[in-house]
Design a protein around this ligand. Structure first.
Ligand SMILES: Nc1nc2c(ncn2[C@@H]2O[C@H](COP(=O)(O)OP(=O)(O)OP(=O)(O)O)[C@@H](O)[C@H]2O)c(=O)[nH]1
Ligand SMILES: [Mg+2]
Length: 387
């Protein structure tokens, strides 16, 4: 696939690299630096076979008159060399200008440096990407600041094509809530539509790629929720109370549901509720703990055992839900197929879940921390582990 390029610029630490990783996935390859520039480490080029554009990660602009200039000069120099080389593969087709709620406060002063940096690319559309968009109010305020700054001069206004707000990685709030990734699908579709006609991927190919992104983002949510479950359930009491996991499980399923873009109706609400209920009642902590006691070679305290049980259940419920929502989102099943969904969940939470729990309980040693438990839980599923 012949690719075009997207230049990703913005202030330091706003989330450029995180965004690139989510858009291109773990399978993204780093491409060797093709254009000469002052410091090669200032530009990293990433690509994925299935995506029609490369993403060029640039050194973050550090606020401060003098420091700001380093990144600006670097982007300018790189751009001028790219243009001089007159090679089609260096052509920039869009610019993602990343800004978060903190750095937007530096507007409108910094917009000059930024536009100066990308001025070489004359007719190239700019997409302002509001990164780390965790709260609606913050996003609305940031959007307003961005619009104002760009509309302040005609030169800027004509370049601004769209403002997209994104969350590239699920965020866990202090209250233990999980905020799912958002805006990634829209950003990919929009960017594809802005590429020169010869480069654009077909709707079908993009749709296929987006499925893989939704899967990856869903798995990321499952990981964060599992960690929350390990924390919530990992209490030193004789038998883990699975009701403790209910809030975590609700948020996990809501988050995955949102990623798949399924319309929220009375029926989907009922389905979600049913799924969470199955997650809480299909097994009891008591059964699991007493079954584990029969398995030799487990030498862990109650808190660790309960953490493993909790994490494994949140993980199993999450993974089964990813499958269920994908089937519904792609039209293979409907929200009316309640019995089908019920069966999938019950299966994944019954016979096999004890094997997965036992896998981690045997593998982990006393004093394993939460991340180690999470890794082991995920491994148990990846390996289809049996005892
Ligand atoms: N949860 C969450 N964390 C994020 C998100 N975006 C960025 N972060 C965090 O913010 C920090 C900075 O993100 P980076 O992607 O390294 O930012 P950057 O713009 O590449 O930074 P520089 O390369 O230094 O300019 C990291 O700790 C990220 O994990 C997001 O969407 N969700
Ligand atoms: Mg970075």
């Amino acid at each position: 696939m012949e690719k075009s390029n997207v230049l990703v610029v913005g202030f330091e630490g706003v989330g450029k690299s995180t965004l690139i990783k989510t858009v291109l996935g773990d399978e993204a390859m780093k491409k060797a630096q093709a254009v000469r520039s002052g410091r090669p480490e200032d530009f990293q080029i990433y690509e994925n076979d299935k995506v029609p554009f490369r993403l060029i990660d640039t050194v973050g602009i550090e606020p401060g008159l003098f420091k700001e200039q380093r990144a600006v000069n670097a982007v300018k120099k790189w751009s001028s060399n790219a243009i001089k080389a007159r090679r089609k593969e260096h052509q920039i087709s869009a610019i993602w200008f990343c800004v978060d709620k903190y750095t937007s406060k530096l507007f409108p002063k910094t917009i000059d440096s930024f536009v100066e940096a990308v001025d070489y690319w004359d007719d190239v559309p700019i997409i302002v990407v509001i990164t780390q968009s965790y709260g609606e109010d913050d996003v609305a305020k940031t959007r307003e600041i961005v619009e104002k700054a760009f509309l302040s001069k005609k030169k800027y206004a004509t370049k601004l094509t769209e403002i997209v707000s994104v969350i590239a990685k699920p965020k866990q709030t202090k209250e233990g809530e999980v905020i799912p990734p958002t805006g990634i699908v829209e950003l990919i579709e929009l960017t594809n539509s802005l590429l020169p006609v010869g480069f654009q991927a077909s709707e079908r190919d993009i749709a296929k790629y987006l499925l893989s992104r939704k899967r990856a983002m869903s798995h990321a949510v499952v990981s964060v929720a599992t960690l929350a479950g390990i924390t919530a359930g990992g209490i030193a009491m004789p038998v883990v109370d699975l009701m403790l996991l209910k809030p975590t499980e609700s948020l996990e399923l809501e988050s995955i549901f949102k990623i798949w873009g399924i319309k929220k109706t009375k029926k989907t609400k009922d389905l979600l509720k049913l799924m969470v209920d199955i997650g809480t009642v299909s097994i009891t902590g008591k059964t699991l703990v007493s079954s584990l006691k029969l398995i030799p070679g487990i030498n862990l305290g109650a808190a660790s055992i309960n953490a493993i049980i909790s994490g494994t259940i949140v993980f199993a419920l999450g993974e089964a839900s990813v499958y269920i929502f994908e089937q519904i989102a792609t039209g293979k099943k409907t929200v009316d197929d309640i019995e089908w969904a019920q069966k999938i969940l019950q299966d994944s939470l019954s016979n096999t879940v004890l094997d997965k729990i036992a896998y981690s309980a045997k593998k982990l040693s006393k004093g394993a921390d939460k991340t180690e438990i999470l890794d082991s839980v995920a491994q148990a599923f990846a390996k289809g582990a049996t005892t």
